[in-house]
Design a protein around this ligand. Sequence first.
Ligand SMILES: [Zn+2]
Length: 278
Amino acid sequence: MTNKEALLFGTAGIPRSSKAQTTQAGIERTLELGLGCMEVEFVKGVNMTPPTARDVARVATKRGIRLSAHAPYFINLNAKEPRKLAASREHIIQTARITALFGGESVVFHPAYYLKDDPSQVYASVKSNLEQIVTKLKTEGIRVWLRPEVMGKDSQFGTLEEILQLCTEVEGVAPTLDFAHWHARTGKANSYNEFVAMLKKIEKKLGRSALDNMHIHVSGIRYGPKGENNHLNFAESDFRDEDLVMALKDCKVKGAVICESPNLEEDAQLLQQAYEKL
Ligand SMILES: [Zn+2]
């Protein structure tokens, strides 16, 4: 069983050093690396069959590795064409179905693009589409956290404020807090005090239970005036990973930290080791 009282560290997708590029082998490798969680990547589409998902659930339970999933990138809950909007909802629903089947707890997704619309209009569109998704999943008896992500580019819906507001208004929605994205987007949010302030803001808005059930993304990051350019390893970036780890520890955050650095497990281990030393 995975430890709900802990903060677990893991990789975005199968660790690079995994013997095979299968989810099951990735879980085995996660355990060997001493890590505690793994995010299953469906960023190019949900490509797992139900029998595979059941086998993944078996391996994850046996090894005590906590799983989450990342929905496809082709999602825009502010799309103009009804067909694209329906497809966007469907991507999230399909990810949730397969995630529930392999025993995952959270579905991460990139909610929308502003497309030059007023942010309040975009918010309304994202919210109404999310409500439709929640209703559909409820009728199917699927219980996973839907986790819109704090995004790194100015063109993307998903400021920290927008994501937290959604969580207060739509049942079953919780944040994916991507610290690298927020740093890239704001050019700030890269020190112990700022990290603690973000976590306190979440606690104030969503309650202590949100910090007991956090889903975090982090990596080094390259960015410009419009925000995120690409992910980097911590060593090549200005991201203050040790400050972050200290803030997570001091705020007693529980849940999962998914490392999205190109080197995946190396930076995930770096974070975990820094955390354990505190
Ligand atoms: Zn993402």
